[in-house]
Design a protein around this ligand. Structure first.
Ligand code: FES
Length: 270
């Protein structure tokens, strides 16, 4: 990827997905933006576009954002066919316009997945992820006061691996990048995080069974291990968490009381 010359303002054509609501068919609209600083973030560039549209009396482009610091996972955009755009390990809000060249046409779309229906323009409904978390992505046992957590011995290797999973920001790039719209990387990060910590142990079996069941019910596709999810993830979540989720799921279906009540290894995921 070539970069814009340092300091040179960019003139760009934006092909933006416009869709009034969930019922609207949607279409691309082309807009020109000029004088864009290479030091601006991608969202600041969209702010400029929206100021122009408002001045002309047109509807601004709806897009999600919150922290603009790479933490919340709200700024979910497909940029030139890549989830979060061309820079690896970077969310849309942390992407800078120096990654583009003067005269570029940039295509901007929402996440495309049946389980993430478009609400308006670039905003999709990602509450399917919330329902998966509600199904079991938490610890409900009493773990004591904050200082008690420091008294629980956890091996350095487990700590590091659990934290590697905990950095998932739930943006949905893994789903958007996957040809099957699979949510396996997201769900595996949540399961792997808690499965490696003593606080997560008591609900370990019920958690993986419930979360996988909810994932299937939401309409996400199966995993065919093309690894696009790992390549697109701005938090660097590894496929190794999916391997751990598979092991957790097999153990839960074959050996836990919840799994045996549900009929052994019935259901599950691909
Ligand atoms: S706006 Fe929060 S991660 Fe981008």
């Amino acid at each position: 990827m070539s970069h814009a010359a340092h300091g040179k303002a960019l003139n760009l054509t934006l092909r933006v997905w416009r869709q009034k609501n969930a019922q609207d068919d949607g279409r691309f609209a082309d807009y020109k933006v000029t004088g864009i600083s290479p030091d601006m973030s991608f969202l600041e560039m969209l702010d400029i576009l929206n100021e122009q549209l408002i001045q002309k009396g047109e509807e601004p482009v709806a897009f999600d954002h919150d922290c603009r610091e790479g933490i919340c996972g709200m700024c979910s955009l497909m940029i030139n066919g890549q989830a979060h755009g061309p820079e690896r390990l970077t969310t849309t809000c942390q992407l800078h316009m120096r990654k583009f060249n003067d005269g570029d046409t940039i295509t901007i779309e929402p996440w495309r997945a049946r389980a993430f229906p478009v609400i308006c323009d670039l905003v999709v409904d990602r509450t399917a992820f919330d329902r998966i978390i509600s199904a079991g992505g938490f610890v409900s046992v009493n773990t004591g006061q904050a200082q008690d957590a420091n008294c629980l011995p956890v091996s350095k290797i487990d700590q590091e691996s659990a934290l590697d999973a905990a950095v998932c920001i739930g943006c949905g790039a893994c789903v958007a990048a996957c040809k099957n719209a699979s949510a396996m990387l997201f769900v595996s990060a949540k399961i792997s995080h808690l499965a490696q910590l003593p606080q997560g142990n008591p609900e370990r079996a019920s958690r993986v069974l419930s979360m996988v069941k909810q994932m299937d019910e939401e309409g996400f596709g199966n995993c065919s291990v093309t690894s696009e999810c790992q390549a697109a993830c701005p938090a660097g979540i590894s496929l190794t968490h999916m391997a751990r989720m598979n092991r957790e799921y097999m153990k839960a279906t074959l050996f836990s009381s919840e799994g045996l009540e549900a009929g052994g290894a019935a259901g599950g995921f691909g």
